[in-house]
Design a protein around this ligand. Structure first.
Ligand code: ADP
Length: 264
């Protein structure tokens, strides 16, 4: 609680009382702390690859370049770290664009079946590289939703690529699309390493990662799921991550169906 005081004078100029204003600043302080934590996280995430790039470049300049084999190895590290920074900046821009509503959402009637199929196809090579099975069970007819196609595709790419990333070689990933009365439900399940129960409530927070080192190693920024949630929220949908009893992870995405105009 923050308090401000001001004297209250009568017409003669005598002190008549004191005005005390109490302000509840809990919410303000919470936001301020979140902002500080976010800036600290971004700085740290950018600093890590920069430090690596700098030290490898220095070693190259100090003579490591003379050994061609070693030089190439170092350049590869630098290239990977630069890629990581690019991914991070891309994800940050995506978050801030949507935050400030600067991007116009290009919403129109789209067929969800088509979008899910496209995302699955897009990632089938990554799954194949890990000898994983990536199955899609869609619907025969189109499923109409009012959505920004690219954004929803981005959500699916984030979630399905997580399933691929956090599932061992030879694992299995199932994607399905179902229609209930008012909603289209996309389910992405994998039989990978799963997420510990205690981490589930925080999984959509920016930069939250169950295993920071492992996620980094796999090219993760810790922003994929928060971006997914932000996009789904704008579509008035719901996204939920759960552990499967049999092990592995299940992600559920619900989007409102585009209702046909009813007569009467
Ligand atoms: P990242 O870029 O690190 O993958 P995300 O925001 O996409 O970040 O995911 C946050 C964290 O949630 C990941 O670091 C990982 O620990 C965990 N996670 C997400 N999806 C899965 C999954 N399918 N299986 C296991 N863990 C997952």
């Amino acid at each position: 609680l923050r308090a401000n005081y001001a004297p209250y004078m009568n017409e003669k100029g005598d002190l008549d009382g004191i005005i005390v204003l109490f302000q509840d600043v809990t919410e303000y302080e919470k936001l301020e702390n979140m902002r500080k934590e976010f800036v600290a996280n971004v700085s740290h995430e950018l600093k890590t690859p920069l430090t690596t790039i700098k030290s490898y470049t220095e070693t190259l300049l100090e003579g490591a370049m003379e050994n061609q084999e070693l030089g190439k190895q170092f350049l590869n590290v630098i290239d990977n770290e630069a890629d990581r920074m690019a991914r991070l900046v891309r994800d940050l821009l995506q978050l801030s664009n949507a935050d400030y509503q600067q991007t116009k959402w290009d919403k129109k009637e789209v067929d969800l079946n088509y979008i899910v199929e496209k995302a699955v196809l897009n990632l089938s090579v990554s799954a194949k590289n890990k000898e994983q099975e990536l199955n899609y069970k869609g619907l025969r007819e189109g499923v109409s939703v009012w959505a920004d196609e690219n954004r929803i595709e981005q959500v699916l790419l984030n979630v399905i690529s997580n399933a691929i990333k956090y599932t061992a070689n030879g694992g299995c990933i199932d994607v399905s699309l179902e229609e209930t009365q008012n909603h289209a439900t996309i389910k992405i399940t994998d039989n990978g390493m799963g997420i510990p129960k205690e981490d589930l409530p925080r999984i959509f927070e920016r930069f939250y990662r169950v295993d920071k080192a492992r996620s980094r190693e796999m090219g993760g920024t810790g922003l994929g799921l928060s971006i997914a949630k932000q996009i789904i929220d704008v579509h008035e949908g719901m996204i939920k991550v759960d552990s499967r009893e049999s092990g592995g992870t299940a992600v559920l995405i619900e989007l409102p169906l585009l209702q046909e105009k009813m007569c009467n």
